[in-house]
Design a protein around this ligand. Structure first.
Ligand code: GRF
Length: 208
């Protein structure tokens, strides 16, 4: 099977990027991360990429006029490397519609709650876990989904569940959810690289 070329966009620490790199290196994912793009110069994801000899690119959002310019620059880097799949691994910006159109159903995102609840604009990082705690929900967990023009609305690929404890803080819940993210994100990438994902309306069928 031809190896799938993966490009990762990220803003922060990159533990999900690390999980994907590790799954590629162990052979679980029939693919390789060929480029990591960050939008902030202090993003630790860039260091993680360098440690694995992966091209690491900074496209400083603050130096771009708008998201279209940022998205065009990112698309160029991805296309220069013939990337098959784009993973948003803790990427906090909204890509331009032209980028979403160009990469079609080839963009995956990880969200730290059970979509379609607790998604949408402003729902990122600790805001998500705070909202879950405030709602009184007994369960939370990550979602991997395809990306379309609307925030957190694309077809859902995988989810997992964790309990919400009475004494949870946003931080403790984040930690519990993150452990599951590191399992389901590589798994969804593996399915994509194996051509096992079929989108049918809002549903994703996983071919076995
Ligand atoms: C994760 O919680 C992910 O769900 C969200 O951003 C966080 C990224 O964490 N989209 P990391 O940078 O992969 O450690």
């Amino acid at each position: 099977m031809k190896k799938c070329k993966i490009g990762v966009l990220a803003t922060g620490g990159g533990t999900n990027l690390q999980a994907i790199i590790d799954a590629c290196e162990s052979g679980m994912i029939p693919g390789e991360v060929v480029v990591v793009i960050a939008n902030k110069k202090d993003a630790y994801v860039l260091e993680r990429a360098k440690k694995h000899n992966i091209d690491s690119i900074l496209i400083d959002r603050s130096k771009c006029r708008n998201m279209k310019e940022f998205s065009d620059k990112a698309a160029l880097e991805l296309n220069n490397r013939s990337v098959d799949l784009v993973c948003l691994a803790g990427f906090l910006l909204k890509l331009a519609p032209s980028f979403i159109a160009e990469f079609g159903n080839r963009i995956l995102n990880i969200h730290p709650a059970l979509l379609p609840a607790f998604g949408g604009e402003g729902m990122y990082g600790h805001h998500v876990h705070e909202a879950v705690l405030k709602s009184g929900a007994r369960f939370s967990g990550p979602t991997v989904h395809f990306v379309d023009e609307e925030y957190d609305k694309g077809a859902i690929i995988l989810q997992d569940v964790v309990p919400v404890m009475d004494n949870d803080t946003p931080e403790s819940l984040h930690k519990r959810v993150l452990e599951k993210e590191h399992i389901i994100f590589p798994k969804a990438v593996k399915y994509f690289c194996e051509n096992k994902l079929v989108i049918s309306g809002k549903r994703v069928i996983i071919k076995e």
